[in-house]
Design a protein around this ligand. Structure first.
Ligand code: NAD
Ligand code: DAU
Length: 352
């Protein structure tokens, strides 16, 4: 049973759901959230839990070895849930080095510190690496990614995540560091940063701005509600086997264009606009460079070995998500205006 957990990247989209789940479901676990608050990290994602007695926030970089060593000594972590990453494919095409820095070097740094602090006694320790289905590459019309699918990353983002997965496995095989890895499909839900397809389109529909669809909108993604992702992580932490990899997904494939049309229809209904109104905002734009055609996860291992299945149907999850964005216009306004990053700069000081 974990007692002292380091969650990295806990102020981001998935990380904030992870902090909330572990912090509230397990009040006897102490959670330290280490996040350097990039543009994607937002402490408002955690305002409901920030005062919990079993929760501590530390602003810092996973590449900072001295900081990690002191945190391991101070908090005696037995578990690391490593979620921090640069996560947006389009940004990785513009600036790959930021992805190498955090996703590759940051992960290597964290692994090395965990090894140094734990190697005298690996019992009851766990280094859990949160990864993506994008490491497997791109599918054609058929087939699904299993845990045995060879890696074939094709963007700087997915290559950096594949590198980090390889490093995590290397530390297991070479040093016996107790690790687990999960590779999940596309998440959606509350607190999703509006640079990603679903929240971007929700925000643009609200403001009647164009909905930019790359290429012909034929690319397929397999969408999972974010709380189902963290419920799977919870199950794997507690019941999964050391050294194993688990794929997480919801058997919920959508072509981008079909997905956006569904969102348009729901939003027209909720915003009391004539049906077909928001679809007029759809604008086909230049395709993403190296755009992976299709992702689809086979999560049979997770279901058969650990009994996990998603709790929500997509229809319910997307309604919940849209309702959340409509009810949280302030959050959306602040993250799109960048007001929260200016606040962090003044609160923590630039470069901290
Ligand atoms: P996100 O971009 O919303 O959040 C990333 C968080 O990491 C932010 O809070 C950011 O401030 C923090 N961070 C970045 N660099 C850091 C550094 N050097 N030191 C400390 N903190 C740092 O990302 P997300 O979408 O929540 O993804 C979280 C993890 O899940 C990533 O590892 C990603 O690869 C993986 N993943 C994401 C999805 C998805 O659909 N979003 C699906 C599968 C896997
Ligand atoms: O599969 C898991 C991955 O899902 C995670 O590892 C990544 O961190 C996460 O960002 C996500 O990557 P994608 O590239 O699939 O997500 P994104 O929301 O950026 O794009 C989803 C699809 O929509 C993709 O085919 C590109 C397309 N798209 C995206 C944007 C932002 C558009 O057509 N228009 C857009 O404006």
């Amino acid at each position: 049973m974990p007692k002292n957990i380091l969650i990295t990247g806990g102020a981001g989209f998935i990380g904030s759901h992870l902090v909330r789940r572990f912090g509230t479901k397990y009040p006897n676990y102490h959670i330290v959230n280490l996040d350097n608050l990039t543009y994607a990290g937002n402490l408002e994602n955690l305002s409901d839990i920030e005062k919990a007695p079993n929760y501590t926030f530390v602003k810092g970089d996973i590449c900072d070895r001295a900081l990690l060593l002191s945190l391991f000594d101070e908090h005696q972590f037995d578990t690391v849930l490593h979620c921090a990453a640069e996560s947006h494919v389009d940004r990785s095409i513009k600036d790959p080095m930021a992805f190498i820095h955090t996703n590759v070097l940051g992960t290597a740094n964290l692994l090395q510190v965990a090894k140094e602090r734990w190697e005298k006694d690996y019992s009851d320790k766990l280094f859990y690496h949160i990864s993506t289905d994008e490491v497997y590459g791109s599918l054609g019309d058929d087939g699904m990614f299993t845990e045995m699918t060879p890696y074939d990353p094709r963007s700087p983002y997915s290559a950096s995540k594949a590198s980090s997965d390889h490093l995590v496995r290397a530390f297991y095989h070479t040093y016996h560091l107790p690790i687990k890895i999960s590779n999940c499909s596309n998440n959606y839900g509350p607190f999703h940063f509006p640079e990603k397809l679903i929240p971007l389109c929700i925000n643009n529909i609200i403001h009647r701005k164009p909905l930019p669809i790359y290429g012909k909108g034929e690319n397929v993604r397999d969408w999972l509600f974010v709380e189902d992702h963290v419920s799977a992580i919870d199950v794997i932490v507690h019941k999964g086997k050391i050294g194993e990899t688990y794929n997480i997904g919801g058997h919920n494939e959508w072509k981008n264009i079909d997905l956006i049309r569904v969102i348009c229809r729901i939003m027209d209904r909720k915003l009391d606009r004539p049906q077909g109104d928001s679809e007029q905002l759809i604008t086909f734009v230049t395709d993403r460079a190296g755009h992976d055609l299709r992702y689809a996860i086979d999560a049979t291992k997770l279901k058969e070995d650990l009994g996990w299945v998603p709790s929500l149907q997509f229809e319910e999850g997307i309604e919940k998500t849209i309702d959340w964005y409509l009810a949280n216009g302030d959050w959306l306004q602040k993250v799109t205006s960048g007001a929260y990053t200016h606040y962090y700069d003044s609160y923590y000081g630039r470069g901290n």
